[in-house]
Design a protein around this ligand. Sequence first.
Ligand SMILES: *Cc1c(COP(=O)(O)O)cnc(C)c1O
Length: 365
Amino acid sequence: MNIHEKFGLKRVINASGKMTILGVSKVSDAVAESQKAAGQTFFEMADLTVKSGEYVAKMLDVENATIVSSASAAIALSTAAIIGQGDLYHVTHSNTSRITKREIIMPKGHNVNYGTGVEVMTSLGGGQLVEAGWANECTPEQVEMEITENTAALLYIKSHHTVQKSMLSIAEMSEVAKKHDLPLIVDAAAEEDLYKYYNQGADLVIYSGAKAIEAPSSALIIGRNPYIPWIQLQNKGIGRAMKIGKDNIIGLVTALEEYLANGSESKESMIARLTPFIAALNEINGLEVKMVQDAAGRDIFRASVKVVAENISAKEVIAQLKLGDLAVYTREYQANNGIIEFDIRAVDENEMNEIVEKLSQIMPA
Ligand SMILES: *Cc1c(COP(=O)(O)O)cnc(C)c1O
């Protein structure tokens, strides 16, 4: 009996992208095998933490790195690390009133909900979030005017979830950080470029393991010393509640090696796989289908399906795609405009045929 049958779960085709609600991504055979090998042996875990981080840092040519359980944990741990400054007393008394420098400054338009709120994680790490600027605007001056003697760090969220317009850049945020001798944390959880933000001066850069890198549940923090060892010290404190397994540490390293060797799927390959899919979708009554590029300009191409039938709306089509034994998840952001997007990064040819079949049944003849 397979896992879906055992628990009575639906089979899912993920045409929505790297979504946490569906289990984010699938690992390769090589990653799964490395997880198996790690799961079936012992390590001195503190040593594995330090040495796997150093190994990754060398691969990426950065000062240091560490692997933790999730990008959310990484935000909380980075906050706690910077507040505690490597002080073991703080690690075991995280709410101690001995430490007053707890303020973390972030543009207001970055305090988003990615499944939970950014502020939930800075609070978990003992930080007091200070929002700079307005919901739709943040300048370097607006960040600077929030800096006080209690400021511990600056935080920048690089994501399609945040407000994009009238926001200072990471390079500008980094200048403010340097001028005031403050560390800059960048949450780049879903980003693909592992070099850019570090090179722009960030002290800690956070990547979710299961998103672009397609690792098992994990996160990678790259950055500078002493912040990385201060994060590792949290394993004796709140980090224990966010412990990552040895199998997932090794899985992330293997996935990262594959990611650096092969990158994400190329634009050419994605377009070649999409072309016959789009042709087949265009044969279905009531649909007008074309290829579109990612709105944020990434090299991701998708099938954009406009529902033009009179008697069924895009929202109804989306709902029906999830019904039955096979649930098809799509990108729903433009459903209000009658458009459904299919992201094929995790969809193979057989699954594309299943999508065409399911849509043919849903659409009125
Ligand atoms: C996905 C995401 C996170 C959380 O990542 P997890 O590894 O699931 O905790 C944090 N920040 C941003 C911007 C994200 O997109």
